[in-house]
Design a protein around this ligand. Sequence first.
Ligand SMILES: [Zn+2]
Length: 81
Amino acid sequence: MKTGKTQGYVLTFRCINCGKHEVFAQYPSEGIEAEARIRARIYQVTCNSCGWCGDACGLSAICVSRTAELKARAAGQGPGL
Ligand SMILES: [Zn+2]
């Protein structure tokens, strides 16, 4: 049965074009993954600010955070305070 929610990790990158921290990548995972393993991958990313897109290595991510609700457009909607 599906829960309707996808667990995983969100990686935040600094945009190499505009310099803003508006570049996000997702790593879907139902369990706990070692951060080193997540960072070892290459992600296809798009900047929410300037629209730049390209590849980013997880090693250059500013932040890796776990989320219980991965969404296709999780980034750019704000923290929802
Ligand atoms: Zn940008």
